[in-house]
Design a protein around this ligand. Structure first.
Ligand code: NAD
Length: 288
């Protein structure tokens, strides 16, 4: 297969490198030129003649601009596979524009982070037509370990922001519970042993414990260097609240999580730290 790949950053470069082991890949990025990938002069050139064009970009506005560039250059019947995390509205607008150019579109944001992109173990949450999903599935199998077809255009983004809203809320709940346990004189290992096998268990406690030295290896054991950065959690929580506003959904916990991550990233020392660094943040504080 001939694949175009636009956006070769932290996630895109390793995803493109994995695809290049089995397919012909031509990439483009406005800033970086990763080794081992054939680089085109611009996005339209990377997209021309490709069976599938993948985008892995920072946000919805950039995705819309790139889509406007590449759609006219793409071959009829080709597929635009967007793996960026963007707002549901942009995903649906880009899919409609693709259709107007006789193309197909899939929105398939990922979970699994940079480690998952490198190892080819990402999870894809996909929105779009059945036929397009079937055609991009072999690429999901190379870049990831799981792909769930969530329905029509935009539903991949919907699934991603709902999942990450739960993740942000749960991480905060886990961190604040550790701090309460500390203040009540409860040993962290005992807290983990109880909660990880009781009804308070969660992925954030059991698989990604925010307390250093407790549970399996996690960013907490590496001075909170990001596996998943607080900045990206804030981005996803912002997207969840934009979507909730547009859909008139009542999401008070998602809103509270958004506000806390905004404070942490924009006014405290959260930038560049893992999203589990909420634990040392709470540790430093009292109730007021
Ligand atoms: P990144 O900033 O490292 O990469 C984005 C790349 O897009 C950059 O290299 C940038 O130069 C390029 N770019 C920007 N505008 C462009 C344009 N007009 N044309 C071509 N290239 C352009 O970001 P990332 O960490 O690779 O994340 C990419 C997407 O994946 C984001 O939507 C992010 O939310 C999502 N995501 C990231 C992670 C993670 O852990 N990093 C996890 C899940 C999802």
């Amino acid at each position: 297969m001939k694949i175009g790949f636009v956006g070769l950053g932290n996630m895109g470069a390793p995803m493109a490198a994995n695809l290049a082991k089995e397919h012909e890949v031509v990439g483009f990025d406005t800033v970086v030129r990763p080794d081992g990938i054939v680089i085109a002069a611009n996005a339209a050139e990377a997209a021309a003649g490709a069976d599938i064009v993948i985008t892995m970009l920072p946000n919805g506005d950039i995705l819309r601009a790139v889509a406007a560039d590449i759609h006219p250059a793409m071959a009829k019947g080709a597929i635009h596979l967007d793996c960026s995390t963007v707002d549901v509205e942009s995903a649906r607008a880009v899919a409609a524009q693709a259709e107007a150019h006789n193309l197909m579109a899939i929105d398939a944001p990922v979970s699994g982070g940079i480690g998952g992109a490198q190892a080819g173990t990402l999870t894809f949450m996909a929105g779009g037509a059945d036929e397009a999903f079937a055609r991009v599935k072999p690429l999901f199998d190379i870049m990831g370990q799981k792909a769930v077809h969530c329905g029509p255009a935009g539903n991949g983004q919907a699934a991603k922001i709902c999942n990450n809203m739960i993740l942000g809320v749960t991480m905060i709940a886990t961190c604040e519970a550790f701090v309460l346990a500390d203040k009540l004189g409860l040993d962290r290992q005992a807290m983990f042993d109880v909660v990880s096998t009781s009804s308070g268990y969660s992925w954030t406690m059991n698989a990604y414990c925010p307390a250093p030295g407790i549970g399996p290896q996690s960013p907490a054991d590496n001075d909170y260097q990001p596996g998943f950065a607080a900045d990206l959690m804030l981005k996803d929580l912002n997207l969840s609240q934009m979507a909730a506003q547009a859909a008139d959904a009542d999401t008070p916990m998602g809103q509270a999580a958004r506000d806390l991550y905004a404070e942490f990233v924009e006014r405290e020392d959260g930038t560049g730290r893992d999203f589990s660094a909420m634990l040392p943040r709470f540790e430093k504080r009292g109730r007021s």
